[in-house]
Design a protein. Structure first.
Ligand SMILES: NC(=O)c1ccc[n+]([C@@H]2O[C@H](COP(=O)([O-])OP(=O)(O)OC[C@H]3O[C@@H](n4cnc5c(N)ncnc54)[C@H](OP(=O)(O)O)[C@@H]3O)[C@@H](O)[C@H]2O)c1
Length: 291
């Protein structure tokens, strides 16, 4: 009999993450959800159990703005399970019109949307390598195309901050990070792990609801909402990447509507991609040493 597959989904207390968890629970995956608020995460866990009829649902909590919490989340998963087939880096979002840094000194958009998936993925690589087919799925956004405006001498936008650009940049760098890691793994001869990124579509979730983006953006956000996908529809490409046979050997790609799509290459160069990889590595290595 085939062994039950384990999936870990960050930010699964609501929206696209919870919809993904419910579907994979119905498909008899062992589902570990993550949330930052314990009460909300326990409630989501119980809801997923009750809707799916699957009792193999567990949770891990942690604030992914903080790399110290990312480390604890990874350690909890390794200590308790020491196995993982699918990692879905879903937690993320857009921040407020005023720039903020975390207690560890990182711009908040970059921390949760890029550095947390980078560190969590790297800390969980060894357990993923034990899987016959390990899949890493990074939830990006077409905002990488619409809003990114990176400054390579000001990655965390100390002097050039606006929330849309910060979000677009982080999601652009997440696509580069996915592709870079995919190539690294291939170079190391690791053929059982794939890394892909995707855009879920414009989805009616809590995304941006509590962010103060400033007058006009807040207004247009509310206006467009009735035309958005449902969370279940928004989860479709993630579920496809998590389960479909035909993508089990496809890696380093960007998907939309369950199809490979070319991401925007406007700011891409090999040097820029390497620069972002080094930024993620140096930032997280330094913080890990201080822990
Ligand atoms: N909705 C869209 O139109 C859209 C479009 C493109 C991409 N995306 C991406 O899709 C992903 C899922 O978003 P969603 O639309 O489902 O939004 P959502 O309803 O706001 O869900 C986001 C999830 O991430 C969690 N999260 C946020 N910040 C966190 C932190 N610091 N630490 C731990 N968890 C944190 C949230 O936890 P709480 O419940 O505690 O807030 C929630 O579970 C995000 O990466 C988003 O950027 C969304």
């Amino acid at each position: 009999m085939e062994q039950q597959k384990t999936v870990f989904i960050t930010g699964a207390t609501g929206g696209i993450g919870k919809a993904t968890a419910i579907t994979l629970a119905k498909q008899q995956y062992y589902v570990i959800i993550h949330g930052r608020n314990k009460e909300k995460t326990v409630a989501a866990c119980e809801e997923i159990k009750s809707i799916s009829g699957n009792e193999n649902i567990d949770y891990i909590t942690g604030d992914l703005l903080l790399m110290s919490d990312v480390k604890k989340v990874a350690e909890t998963l390794i200590n308790k399970y020491n196995r993982l087939d699918v990692l879905i880096n879903n937690a993320g979002g857009i921040m407020d019109k005023d720039r903020k840094e975390t207690a560890e000194g990182i711009e908040t958009t970059m921390a949760v949307n890029l550095l947390a998936p980078f560190l969590l993925t790297n800390l969980l690589l060894d357990v993923l390598k034990k899987s016959e087919v390990g899949r890493i799925i990074n939830v990006s956004s077409n905002s990488h195309q619409l809003n990114a405006k990176p400054y390579f001498n000001d990655i965390e936008l100390k002097s050039n901050y606006n929330p849309l650009a910060a979000y677009g940049n982080a999601k652009l760098f997440l696509i580069w990070m996915s592709r870079y890691l995919s190539n690294e793994l291939k170079d190391q001869g690791c053929e059982n792990i794939t890394v892909n990124a995707l855009h879920p579509g414009a989805v009616a979730t809590n995304f941006g609801v509590n962010s103060n983006l400033g007058g006009l953006l807040n207004f247009f956000g509310k206006l467009a909402r009735p035309f958005f996908k449902t969370p279940q529809e928004g989860a479709e490409t993630i579920i496809y990447l998590a389960v479909a046979e035909e993508v089990k050997s496809i890696s380093g790609k960007y998907f939309e509507n369950k199809k490979i799509k070319a991401p925007s290459e406007k700011y891409y160069s090999k040097q820029n991609e390497q620069f972002i990889w080094n930024y993620c590595k140096e930032k997280t290595d330094k913080l890990m040493k201080e822990m």
